[in-house]
Design a protein around this ligand. Structure first.
Ligand SMILES: [Zn+2]
Length: 94
């Protein structure tokens, strides 16, 4: 199938810049959107310990990649695509 999506990072006009992250898709219910959950740790000097943190990033999910719930994906920062989306899914890791 030919991909005609202009917001596709591989076949379209969309360029990426800035942060590149990877995480797990926790929701792919909204059209062409994947909610990607990212786990990371932050060091807290006062307690000399790591704090586990988690953030959810809404990312554009192009039809030719079509990430599903449970997939581990790469996402990259791009221009603002909607009110909440400024990341795009660039590939499925597993
Ligand atoms: Zn495509």
């Amino acid at each position: 199938m030919e991909c005609k999506d202009i917001k596709c990072p591989i076949h379209g006009q969309l360029s990426t810049r800035g942060a590149k992250l990877s995480g797990k898709v926790v929701s792919a219910k909204a059209k062409k959107t994947a909610i990607v959950e990212i786990d990371y740790t932050r060091y807290i000097y006062k307690y000399e310990r790591y704090l586990r943190k988690r953030s959810r990033i809404p990312a554009y999910n192009p039809e030719c990649i079509n990430a599903k719930e449970g997939n581990v994906v790469d996402i990259a920062e791009t221009r603002r695509l909607s009110k909440t989306k400024s990341f795009v899914v660039t590939g499925i890791i597993k």
